[in-house]
Ligand binder design. Structure first.
Ligand code: CA
Length: 229
């Protein structure tokens, strides 16, 4: 359950917001004073903060600023004065949303839900995803080192995989065999640029429908190869 902190010195407003949010299934805490609100916002684990601008002791500006230094949870700022809202927008304090009082409780609930959903997505997008290179029917998962051609997985040796990935990541760029050899094989490697030709042939057998008429890796006669987009 998402936990929300409301920092609001007008008790009737705080109660109204709390009631509506609780009815929508949120866990809600309220705080009247700015200094207490700031302390709890920093020390406790809230998922979202609704922050009044004018507060006793420490105002909403400062709370927002301090919270932003440490947390990236959504902050919704509310104020009775439209001018103040315009002013804080201009300050770029990093609040996620601004509402002018009075607002309808259902609008508040809708905005809270939207910001929590966005925040959830943000958190999940920070989970490291596999690095994928996808060109036409070819999908290369660089992290898992797996390749699919039109949805069917194909097995590649280490060097074949490296060569295919390098070319696919630099599409439409013509590389000489020497360049490819230097890029994929380390200096101590035994072998010569003919190795590149052999590997290109193997890769084509795995990705091309007709190796005589390659659709992906083209031979540029007298120069080298390029991955066609
Ligand atoms: Ca106030």
């Amino acid at each position: 359950m998402s936990k929300i902190l409301i920092v609001e010195d007008e008790e009737s407003i705080a109660e109204l917001e709390k009631d509506y949010l609780e009815l929508s299934g949120f866990e809600v805490e309220t705080e009247r004073r700015g200094d207490e609100g700031l302390r709890r916002a920093l020390e406790e684990d809230f998922d979202l903060i609704i922050l009044d601008l004018m507060l006793p002791e420490v105002d909403g500006f400062e709370i927002c600023h301090k919270v932003r230094e440490q947390k990236n949870i959504p902050v919704l700022m509310v104020s009775a004065k439209k001018d103040d809202i315009d002013k804080i927008r201009g300050l770029g304090l990093g609040a996620d949303d601004y509402m002018t009082k009075p607002f309808s409780p259902s609008e508040l609930v809708a905005r809270v839900k939207a910001h929590l959903a966005r925040y959830e997505r943000l958190i999940h997008s920070n989970v490291k995803e596999n690095e994928i290179v996808e060109i036409r029917g070819i999908k290369i998962d660089k992290t898992a080192r797996r390749v699919w051609v039109n949805g069917e997985e194909r097995n590649f040796t280490t060097k074949e995989f490296d060569l295919l990935t390098f070319l696919a990541e630099n599409p439409n760029h013509v590389f000489t065999k020497e360049e490819l050899f230097r890029e994929i094989w380390d200096m101590e490697s035994v072998g010569d640029i003919a190795t590149v030709t052999v590997h290109i042939k193997k890769i084509r057998e795995k990705i091309e429908l007709d190796t005589a008429r390659p659709q992906y890796i083209e031979t540029i006669w007298g120069v080298g190869y390029r991955f066609k987009v």
